[in-house]
Write a protein that binds this ligand. Structure first.
Ligand code: NAP
Length: 287
């Protein structure tokens, strides 16, 4: 766990996916540094239990919850509104909630779930909190993603993969979405004092894919003993969110605290602008 960090005291950090795995380890590390940490969770009871656990582990009681089911556009909007009613300023937003599914499951909005949670919720929540981030500048956004972006394609002709759904195609599309979103947002945020970066945690033993059969579930079970701990997986997220070395860096991709190169497709500005427009339309936001 990183030591207390004077620079993080009094900083407001919101971490999604804070009830498990990499997000929980990130929230714990930021709390250990002395920040005020708001734990994004979809289940209040589970969120409360994790809040108590993090408070006991770090001695920091400056913890709060933002309850939202990020698979639902309405619930995400409500969660953001509740957050903004309490915190007009935000200094760090870590988008880390995500999932892998072996079967196509539509969300309450009729969207493909990995697209909705892994990409669209990042887009929507971040946009809803942008004014608070600008008010808190210098502020940082860190998007947790994964190496599957390199295999990703944005299937604009069938974005919800209704005609042809394959789990890896859905996962990869959502991860490529994280990169296109990060780079486009960095361009839009130039000069605001708000930075945004994307990272890949490596292979981490978490609850990801738990209960899902198929090849992915098998792979996660087999690889388990060789995988990183959630704390190791969270290290680059925490570093990007809080270290002096990462101050001012924006629009970049990191693995193990080192800058990495993402796919050529992820750097396509036209593709990024098109995905931004479609995402905004789906969420009912102005492009
Ligand atoms: N683990 C890896 O090796 C690895 C590698 C690369 C990328 N990633 C990415 O990391 C993300 C998952 O993180 P993890 O590995 O730490 O898995 P995890 O232990 O399963 O944690 C996932 C977190 O996301 C939350 N979440 C899922 N759906 C949600 C929803 N609809 N609304 C709100 N919160 C939701 C979960 O909440 P609950 O606690 O309520 O379930 C949990 O807090 C995925 O996007 C995955 O692709 C993981």
């Amino acid at each position: 766990m990183p030591p207390s960090n004077e620079a993080m005291k009094g900083r407001i950090c919101l971490v999604t996916g804070a009830t498990s795995g990499i997000g929980k380890a990130t929230a714990t590390a930021l709390a250990a540094q002395g920040a005020t940490v708001v734990l994004g969770c979809r289940n209040r009871e589970k969120g409360e239990a994790v809040k108590q656990e993090i408070s006991r582990a770090t001695g920091n009681s400056s913890l709060d919850l933002m309850v939202a089911d990020l698979a639902s556009i309405a619930s995400t909007k409500k969660g953001a509104a509740d957050f903004l009613a309490r915190y007009p300023k935000l200094h760090v937003l870590v988008n880390q909630a995500g999932l892998y599914l072996n079967e196509r499951t539509p969300t309450p909005d009729g969207l493909e779930t990995m697209f909705a949670v892994n990409h669209l919720a990042y887009f929507l929540l971040t946009n809803l909190l942008l004014d608070a981030l600008k008010a808190g500048a210098p502020a940082r956004i860190v998007n947790g993603s994964g190496g599957a972006e390199a295999m990703g394609k944005i299937h604009f002709e069938d974005l919800q993969l209704e005609k042809k759904w394959k789990p890896m195609a859905a996962l990869a599309q959502s991860k490529l979405g994280n990169f296109l979103f990060t780079y486009e947002l960095a361009r839009r945020l130039e000069g605001t004092g708000v930075t945004v970066n994307v990272m890949h945690p490596g292979g981490v033993k978490t609850e990801l894919g738990k209960g899902q059969g198929g090849f992915f579930g098998f792979l996660m079970r087999m690889m388990g003993p060789f995988m990183l701990t959630p704390e190791q997986g969270a290290d680059t997220l925490v570093w990007l969110a809080s270290s002096p070395e990462a101050e001012g860096i924006t629009g970049r991709y990191f693995i193990k605290r080192k800058e990495a190169k993402s796919s050529a497709r992820s750097q396509d500005k036209e593709l990024a602008a098109r995905l931004w427009k479609v995402s905004a339309e789906l969420c009912g936001l102005k492009g």
